[in-house]
Design a protein around this ligand. Sequence first.
Ligand code: UDX
Length: 400
Amino acid sequence: VKGVIPFYEPGLDRLVLKNVEEKRLSFTTSLAEGMKDADVVFIAVQTPMSESGEADLKYVMKVGEEIGELLDDYKVIVTKSTVPVGTNAELKKVIGAKLKNGVAFDMASNPEFLREGSSIEDFMRPDRVVIGVDSERAEELMREIYRPLYLSDTPMVRTGIETAELVKYASNSFLAVKISFINEIAKLAEAVGADVFDVAKAMGLDKRIGSKFLHPGLGFGGSCLPKDTNAIVHIAQEAGSDMSIVRSAIQVNRDIPQRAVAKAERLVGDLAGRKVALLGLAFKPNTDDIRSAASLELVKLLEARGCKLAVHDPAAMENFKLLHPDLNYCQSPYEACEGADLTILVTEWNQYRQLDFNWLSGAMAGKAFLDCRNVYDRPHLEKFGFKYDCFGRADHSSPA
Ligand code: UDX
């Protein structure tokens, strides 16, 4: 084991190496070897979104079959993967059908709530651990596994299996609704001359609302919120129910890149032939993940208008290159901005929070800055002669 992590997650390489060295962690490509002597088997394979928006379960079911073939004494089979309600019941049948000697096993649903970029902290100090089980024996084993967290007073919520499956979708959809809600307020704030920054701050101080997930901007991307909102809409449809609030949240989110392009046009006029610098490609800071990132849609829309794009991201450029090999990839934000008519801040990486506008004002061809994450403010940018726009702050849009 070299301790090389194939994706960007701060601190994970050290944690993995430490535990390998101390012989608490080992890796194998053999399922039989991995399952040998295990009390609990976690399934954590991907459940990508299929064309129609449902979660694609082929990897989960495949691993279920293999587990069934190998099972030779009692184990708890835990799904960590986010799976539609009813999947554990289905998986139980798939595993059961492959059993050779009628050994007992239990299913458990144990949804994960880790955020990319801060997953270690989220794992060590979770707000709650949800354990969906239908047997005492499985509950006991799961509690034993999480005992170190239990000691630090982490609330454990024991539920039925279907309930645990739904908790994950309901939680992520609620977060998505919160983001879309504040993005809609941002749009309204622009129209009525208000400031979403202050609205969100004042709303967030109400403990019933809370200040988290009220940052307006380019909306939600990533591997979870877009996928899980679509999946819950499907789950509801299949159950003869409707998730109209989540459907609206998805729609609000979908419209945002178009609004960003309209703002870009307001700042520099016709975009055809303009050089535009994009700072940030990852769906959020501290990750190299570009799945459902707003940058993908922005690139598409800006290219369709004939822009010449120069892009920078501290971690996600290699991933982006796989989809867009022909963009101008730059080694620093400054290289991307050199000669640009407009700079668009797409992802709020720390290194973009303190840009040298003095330098930029000399190096850019035009002085226009579209701040899609509300990191700066108009008075600051105007000091350097920039036209500026952001989301939801009426007083912070430079006049057209
Ligand atoms: C999310 C959930 O937070 C986590 O509990 C779950 O297990 C997996 O999905 P993650 O996808 O890593 O985690 O990112 P998160 O920090 O939730 O952000 C999701 C998206 O929403 C990002 O694109 C982010 O930029 C955006 N966002 C977040 C906002 O636009 N505004 C906010 O206020 C918060």
